[in-house]
Ligand binder design. Sequence first.
Ligand SMILES: [Zn+2]
Length: 243
Amino acid sequence: MNQQISFLIEIQNIDMDLLKYEEAAKEILKDIKETEDAINIKEERREELKEELLDLSKKIDMEELNIKSYDGRIAKMKDTQKLIQTNKEYNAMQKSIKDNESLKKKSEDDMLLYLTNKDELNNKISQVQKEVVQLTNSLSEKRDIYKRNKQKFDAAKKDFNSKKDLLVSRVKREYYTVYETIKRNKKLPAITSVTQSGACTGCYRMLPPQQFNELLSETLFMQCPICSRILYVEQNNLEKTEK
Ligand SMILES: [Zn+2]
């Protein structure tokens, strides 16, 4: 195989490995961001629930006071009732006592409902809190993984780049420029093999027969006329064709 082409293939292999690392890092960062967002949403929900709980506690305190004051009033009225002389006054007092008793009953019912709601709210809050803790743990694991991968990636990148620099220095400037341009425009692969039947594996279109024959002679730097990728023939394909 043309040595220039071999260098370009090696450069491309390095670029593909670098790309894989970058994409894996991006994936983890995306995952981290999503987990952070999920934590924020849960924390907001938890704060909302806590406010609801605060309001509810105020209502409960209020009803407690109400019940106490109804009790006080009822007791006073009962004392007064004992001293009442006339039936009419007695009945009027009795009615007031009954009214206060039904108000007290209403407060007690409300109180019971508030207490049930309070239990439910407390359960909800502890559930959300549990989820926040789980997400936070998973976030710190993900951050650790990212940090470890980043260190590995940075080391590998340095290694890859020095290998790549060496290869680039051995490739003709114009060839490398073509490679970089295709890589930028079409993404990888920028250099691609041709099948035994003469199709470009970048775009899967057939090459004109004459061009395919020229490529088989292995001496040319050639681009696909359709997708403009740099073409080469795999060594084993070449042997099969020659037989
Ligand atoms: Zn092509």
